[in-house]
Write a protein that binds this ligand. Sequence first.
Ligand SMILES: [Zn+2]
Length: 104
Amino acid sequence: MPQFLAVARWPSTDADTVRMVISECPECGAAGVPLLFGLPGPEAMAAAAEGQVALGGCVLPERPADWQCSQWHRWSEPDQRAWEERLLAVLSAHGYREADDRLP
Ligand SMILES: [Zn+2]
């Protein structure tokens, strides 16, 4: 686990406790939220309205970033799984259920 990843656990009795993996901004140290590109689904829109994800727009940059902090810094990290877990946790909290498509 890289040092810049802070891992907390949701209170749960389930053995499969959902891990809350948060990436910290390398520039200002603020907690990052997953950065999404493309057309967001309704859950992603709701999460974005609460600042729990960031929307990067429909145009995918050449080297897209994975995270964004409150100061609009953007960065990537090698562990894509952390991003996916964090994003899924946020979207699930807004009613998203994993179906045929992996992510909205
Ligand atoms: Zn920052």
